[in-house]
Design a protein around this ligand. Structure first.
Ligand code: HEM
Length: 416
């Protein structure tokens, strides 16, 4: 006999989810004193869960599948239709191999060299300005790096528009009205443009280097031996470009953490690479980014004496797992040193998803993210001096994604 899953009374809790944002699941896990509870979202039964054990179950492909879990508004802005995020089983693994083939040491080294050059050029430009809005500037810098790394030729005067479109794709999924449509229009525009590039690659009109996403994805064959259609290639190339631009959010939080924790800045200046890595991990753990991810129960199963019914929408709490007191000592304190003796579980620390890369949906770009954050942290510490004037540095725990309200203005930038 199973026990009933603790559940929220009421007809629908979608509004509470929107109102409580990153803390919605965590608040109820605390209230029910349970890692799993049942609620109703968008008029349907849904299960929410968080914590290390819940993450391990969620990433078991025999228990959960992704097909049918992403709402249309997400596909039409963030992912694109037919994207890897919506695949399961052998098809997913085969597509994931295509992504992971980009993550070789050589390719990551190429990326590091690119961001180094971009930091120098960008900082030289900043020296000429009285003040700059850090979020906007690093987005554009990352867009240039993303295109160069992915082999996507973008004319200099189009970089700003492309940056805005890629930004709209990740800022719009949860937005209402015109802000949401901005994301859909942006996706339609960029998908069409990248499709033309794919056709040009296949017709031999452009020849991106072999190690780039545009080249590899254009020539990738599916399990039946066919080339992917150009629409899908476009969606997947954008799955490289868009999240690289979104790293601007982590870079903003990196700058914020340096500003709020001068003692950590000192340690970093006298420390080694290990210190830098711990700092970056703590930025990814501590600050809000993706609140949760969704899947559907594949077949009926029991867990902790609770019955999970086939096809039930289930949300895994990413933010709450990274702030779970059972996994993290004083989770609401920013303390990079905690990573010194971190046990390394792929389920307790899940800012970019958990589990493993090929058999699961864990983020394909985690190493890219880490490398770009490390190089950028180094440049912020050793490459430039700058001032952070008084401004509203607070950030929301409700809006997704959350970005400090002022987008961080810095002044008096000088290269060292
Ligand atoms: C900006 C920081 C990033 C964050 C916070 C982030 C977060 C995530 C999350 C939460 C997932 C879903 C995991 C799941 O469904 O189990 C994911 C998947 C994915 N990410 Fe990232 N990501 C980031 C950067 C990147 C970068 C830089 C790339 C590519 C260069 C990338 C490519 C992908 C892809 C292709 C997937 C789908 C993987 C799959 O379905 O198997 N991400 N990411």
């Amino acid at each position: 006999m199973s026990n009933p899953i603790p559940h929220e009374d009421g007809m629908d809790h979608t509004l509470s989810l929107l109102r409580e944002g990153y803390l919605y699941i965590l608040n109820r896990r605390r209230g029910f004193n349970s890692d799993v509870f049942e609620t109703r979202l968008l008029g349907k039964k849904a299960i929410c869960m968080g914590g290390k054990d819940a993450a391990e179950i969620f990433y078991d492909p025999d228990k959960f599948q992704r097909e049918g879990s992403a709402p249309n508004r997400l596909k039409q802005t963030l992912f694109g239709k037919g994207a890897i995020q919506t695949l399961d089983g052998a098809q997913h693994k085969h597509r994931k191999e295509m992504f992971m083939s980009l993550m070789s040491l050589d390719n990551l080294k190429r990326l590091k060299e690119m961001i180094k050059v971009q930091w120098e050029t960008t900082a030289e430009k900043w020296e000429q300005s009285d003040e700059i809005v850090f979020y906007e500037e690093v987005q554009e810098m990352l867009c240039k790096v993303a295109c160069q790394w992915a082999g996507v030729p973008v004319p200099g005067d189009e970089v700003k528009n492309l940056t805005n479109d890629l930004e709209a794709m990740y800022e719009s999924p949860g937005a209402m009205g015109p802000d949401h449509w901005k994301g859909r229009n942006a996706r339609n525009r960029v998908e069409k443009w990248v499709q033309e590039l794919v056709d040009n690659v296949r017709d031999g009109k452009i020849q991106p280097p072999e190690e780039t996403a545009l080249f590899r994805f254009s020539w990738h064959r599916d399990l039946e031996g066919n080339l992917l259609n150009a629409e899908i290639v476009s969606v997947e190339v954008i799955n490289i470009l868009r999240p690289i631009v979104a790293i601007s959010i982590y870079l903003n939080f990196t700058l914020l953490a340096l500003h709020h924790h001068p003692e950590e800045r000192k340690k970093l200046l006298s420390g080694d690479e290990k210190h830098a890595e711990m700092f970056i991990q703590e930025v990814r753990r501590y600050y809000p980014f993706f609140p949760f991810i969704a899947a559907r129960v594949r077949t009926n199963f029991m867990w902790k004496n609770y019955q999970f019914e086939e096809n039930t929408l289930t949300l895994l709490d990413l933010y709450g797992t990274n702030h779970d007191p059972l996994v993290w000592d004083n989770p609401d304190v920013f303390r990079p040193q905690r990573f010194n003796d971190w046990e390394g579980s792929p389920f307790g620390f899940i800012p970019q998803g958990g589990g493993e890369y090929l058999m699961g949906h864990r983020c394909a770009g985690e190493w890219v993210t880490m490398e770009l954050m490390k190089e950028s942290l180094d440049y912020l510490l050793n490459g430039i001096a700058y001032d952070v004037p008084n401004q509203d540095l607070s950030y929301s725990m409700v809006s997704v994604p959350s970005i400090p309200h002022s987008k961080i203005v810095i002044q008096n930038v000088n290269r060292n």
